[in-house]
Design a protein around this ligand. Structure first.
Ligand code: NOJ
Length: 557
């Protein structure tokens, strides 16, 4: 279990030292994802920024998280909300400057919070200097070898070099005026790097050092499964790429060669003091393949997307929990649980809808039911051994905003949609801090995506000290994780007998029961009631657990 400084340290140097002493802090850490565009806007331009994040760090310290992961804030034309980086060593002016990044990192350390930044190594922006020069110099330029430029197929090269499709829809190739094509697994503004070229590896090792020298505690690696493409860029040979995605190893995803890159990166990280970490965004077909990314000489954590994609269903959850723990144990890595992020419909809205709709949903569903299940799902996640990531706003129980008008949408997938919904804007709406006021306290100049009416009732202000509020539930859960050593730590769970639709497990002095059955159930009361996501009625040694509710008990005094 991590140890935490209860009070902000008097100065950042002292507490940075305190932070550095906590070895293996990440194994059971709760890490809060900040989406800088939508967290807090300090200058009233309607867009969140680093100074906004810095000003709200005390809120995160009080919430009880261990670290913050910041989505990209680098210089970028924002074709994909900053995941199209034009300069990896600069802050985009809309978010501030390097001095703001420095101040944020120092302040976070001063409050005992670690800082993880996003690294986007699969592709750059088409406005990156390398790509612009490669385009300008034309076919045959050695700079083109740093990306995947190819002649087209067909009599006059009018067809793309292979049959790969972009994750955002449409072909994964774009033709440039001189006739060559370049590969982009995402938007055309995001050309893929050629990781066989030594300059690419050199550049990213240097970028890692740049941010490590700035004091960051780690990196979330974007598309960590995509850097290496199969030799010769072979056709996929299927017209149903979307079905294969996530179910199969693809010629452009989860190729074994990516692991050589991470072994090299690990040696760099290990040169630095302070237990710095890598977390992989790696969508692989199975949790077993995800475990390959966290072998002892590679990365530290990898998001468990199989868990994120599971329905609110005891049998399904039981299976994915077991498989996860069984695959992580042999490599000695902790599980990394996550329910929401900036790419998927928030879990409160996913669980408000029938299962089987995927992770991008455009209907509000039954909001009350969704929130009840989301709270229960969070308590279940936080009772599991390992680390957990929470996404800004989930502690407020925010739903996805499903009715954004077309004209405000920015998700590139929305505009290229071919079978994909591209509704990621719905989980990116700026969060409400206050009941009233301009953009509910997000900033003084509106917000880049409109917030729905009534958003103020979900604000931090409205939920603070409000018994039973989702914010107070998160605060209590995170406080309990700090004071009960069995929560988060360890590698396994001891399953207890439970009625159908109910999960029950013991972890040392701690018992968790999650009722997904849709009806209330009576179970033994397993000690002192620690926390519950709904109302629990206890009589003698028994407890009535309502539908869609999770309970924590402890046998400790
Ligand atoms: C994953 C990121 O989380 C997502 O937002 C982005 O669109 C793609 N990678 C491409 O960088």
């Amino acid at each position: 279990m991590s140890q935490h400084s209860a009070d902000p340290a008097p100065n950042s140097v002292a507490s940075a030292t305190a932070v550095a002493k906590r070895g293996d802090w990440w194994r059971d850490a709760v890490i809060y994802q900040v989406y800088p565009r939508s967290f807090a806007d300090s200058d009233g331009d309607g867009m969140g920024d680093l100074e906004g994040v810095r000003s709200r760090l005390p809120y995160l310290r009080d919430l009880g998280v261990d670290a913050v992961w910041l989505s990209p804030f680098y210089a970028s034309p924002q074709a994909d909300a900053g995941y199209d980086v034009a300069d990896y060593r600069a802050v985009d002016p809309m978010f501030g400057g390097l001095l703001d990044a420095d101040a944020l990192i120092r302040d976070a350390h001063g409050l005992g919070l670690r800082v993880i930044v996003d690294l986007v190594p699969n592709h750059s922006s088409d406005q990156h200097e390398w790509f612009r020069r490669a385009l300008a110099e034309g076919p045959g330029s050695p700079l083109r070898d740093r990306y995947h430029f190819r002649p087209g197929k067909g009599d006059s090269g009018e067809l793309p070099p292979n049959d790969w499709e972009s994750i955002f829809g449409g072909p994964a190739w774009t033709r440039v005026p001189d006739g060559e094509w370049y590969l982009h697994l995402f938007a055309p503004e995001q050309p893929d790097f050629n990781w066989n070229h030594p300059a690419v590896g050199d550049e990213f090792r240097s970028i890692l050092r740049f941010w490590l020298d700035m004091g960051v505690d780690g990196f979330r690696i974007d598309v960590a499964h995509g850097l290496v493409k199969a030799e010769g860029l072979p056709d996929l040979g299927s017209h149903d790429q979307l079905k294969l995605l996530g179910n199969d190893v693809m010629p452009f995803f989860d190729q074994d060669g990516v692991h050589d890159i991470y072994r090299q990166w690990r040696t760099i990280l290990d040169e630095y003091s302070g237990d710095r970490v890598f977390v992989a965004e790696a969508w692989t077909p199975t949790v077993e393949r995800t475990a390959n990314y966290v072998r002892p000489d590679e990365l530290h954590q990898a998001f468990n997307f199989q868990y994120l994609s599971s329905a609110w269903d005891a049998a399904e959850l039981h299976e994915v929990i077991d498989r996860t723990l069984d695959s992580m144990r042999p490599v000695g890595a902790p599980a990394t649980w996550v329910l929401s992020n900036h790419d998927v419909t928030r879990h409160s809205t996913r669980f408000a809808n029938p299962p089987g709709l995927g992770t991008q949903i455009r209907t509000a569903g039954d909001r009350e039911l969704g929130l009840r299940r989301a709270r229960a799902a969070t308590l279940l996640m936080l009772a599991l051994p390992g680390s957990a990531y929470i996404y800004q706003g989930e502690e407020l129980g925010l739903p996805d905003v499903v009715d954004l008008p077309d004209e405000v949408r920015q998700d590139p997938a929305y505009f290229r949609g071919a079978g994909q919904d591209g509704f990621r804007d719905g989980c990116r709406v700026p969060i409400p801090w206050t009941r009233e006021g301009s953009s509910y306290g997000f900033g003084s100049g509106g917000s880049w995506l409109p917030q729905p009416a009534g958003w103020g009732e979900l604000s931090v202000q409205a939920q603070t000290a409000e018994p039973g509020s989702t914010l107070e539930l998160y605060r209590a859960a995170l406080a309990a994780r700090r004071s009960h050593a069995d929560l988060g730590a360890g590698e396994g769970v001891e399953w207890l007998k439970a009625p159908e639709g109910v999960l029950a497990f013991r972890r040392g002095e701690f018992v968790c029961v999650a009722n997904t059955s849709g009806e209330s159930v009576t179970t033994p009361a397993h000690g002192r009631l620690l926390l519950a996501s709904g109302e629990i009625a206890e009589t003698g040694n028994e407890a009535k657990v309502p539908a869609d509710t999770t309970v924590w008990w402890t046998t400790a005094d």
